[in-house]
Unconditional design. Structure first.
Length: 340
């Protein structure tokens, strides 16, 4: 190993001085430069001695006075190759297999904030729709936050990264909070890693959002007295659940149960009707605070089941779901567990 923890270094590309703070593997270290930690390949670094002995300063330049308004704030995370916005950055960690080839062992994950506002965030890691980890913290403006490591092989378990962001300093013109997420695919991540090897870059990133969203306009209060006089039924919002359609703990999505003439529908129309019906009764189950809800989707090609599972992974009120053998439905149904 060329470098050890504590060694003083120079970044060849930027000529910045720094220090090695962690050994990642034989080819990569974590360095501290100007208060910012970031990963770098060892062939991109050098010891500072050559720089010190090749300085050729004859006349010390005259120091210019700069005022605070003239100083441009440096974006401290430009080494992650990102532009404005909030990003997820991935650092592959390599190891050797039995044939002495480099293989990706794990991925270090960072949240990068390249905006002018500090953000509070909640983070959830889910595998196949089931929560594995939850984290609450904040990431300051123009800085990064280390989230976690995940094993590379876990990309085969359908991971999803879900976030809820809010401003550390709330603004009336901005949204109180908003949600976003990212679902990495094993093939997609492998391609990024191969591209980085060719380019000689350490990390790759995915944009979560570019600008923090503005607040939705407040709706004007509506005078409902005219509607009431015209014979329309007006309900108090707190009593709305009393007037909702009844919830069902089991919904059958076989197309013949939903349409009188299923043969007149295209495959796309059938799938759309099935998914709309599913979401309708799932929402009713949540509004009525049911704790369990079963959807019968059949086996077939698995397209309907997969679409339903994709929806469930992003439903906030869903605790977990499972498609296992059932005494009544075989493998043709998914059991959904709600927060209630």
């Amino acid at each position: 190993m060329k470098f050890q923890v504590g060694d003083k270094i120079v970044v060849n590309q930027t000529n910045d001085d720094g220090e090695v703070v962690e050994i990642i593997n034989e080819k990569m270290v974590l360095v501290l430069v100007k208060g910012v930690k970031f990963p770098a390949y060892t062939d991109q670094l050098d010891f500072p001695y050559f720089k010190q002995f090749t300085k050729n300063i004859i006349v010390k330049p005259k120091k210019e006075h700069k005022y605070i308004d003239d100083v441009r704030r440096e974006k401290t995370t430009t080494r992650y190759k990102v532009t404005d916005g909030v990003w997820l950055a991935f650092l592959p960690v390599f190891d050797k297999d039995i044939f002495d080839d480099d293989v990706v062992e794990s991925l270090k994950i960072y949240l990068i904030n390249q905006t002018g506002a500090g953000l509070a965030f909640k983070f959830w890691l889910n595998y196949r729709g089931e929560k594995d980890m939850e984290l609450k913290n904040e990431v300051l403006s123009l800085s990064d936050f280390y989230l976690m490591d995940i094993a590379f092989e876990s990309l085969n378990d359908a991971p999803s990264f879900e976030f809820e962001f809010s401003l550390l300093n709330p603004e009336k013109s901005k949204a109180e909070y908003f949600e976003t997420g990212f679902k990495p695919k094993a093939k997609q991540m492998f391609q990024k890693i191969e591209e980085n090897r060719v380019k000689g870059e350490a990390t790759f990133s995915f944009l979560l959002f570019e600008h923090y969203p503005a607040a939705l306009p407040k709706e004007d209060k509506i005078d409902l007295s005219k509607l009431n006089k015209a014979g329309y039924k007006i309900y108090d919002a707190k009593d709305a659940r009393k007037h909702l359609p009844a919830a069902q703990s089991v919904i059958d999505l076989h197309i013949e149960k939903l349409h009188e003439k299923p043969g007149s529908l295209s495959n796309f129309e059938m799938l759309t009707l099935q998914l709309e019906t599913f979401e309708k009764y799932l929402e009713l189950a949540q509004l009525h605070h049911l704790k369990e809800f079963t959807v019968i989707h059949g086996i077939g090609s698995g397209k309907l089941r997969d679409e339903i599972h994709e929806i469930l992974r992003y439903k906030k009120g869903v605790s977990s779901f499972v498609n296992q053998y059932h005494a009544w439905y075989g493998y043709g149904a998914t059991e959904i567990y709600l927060h209630g």
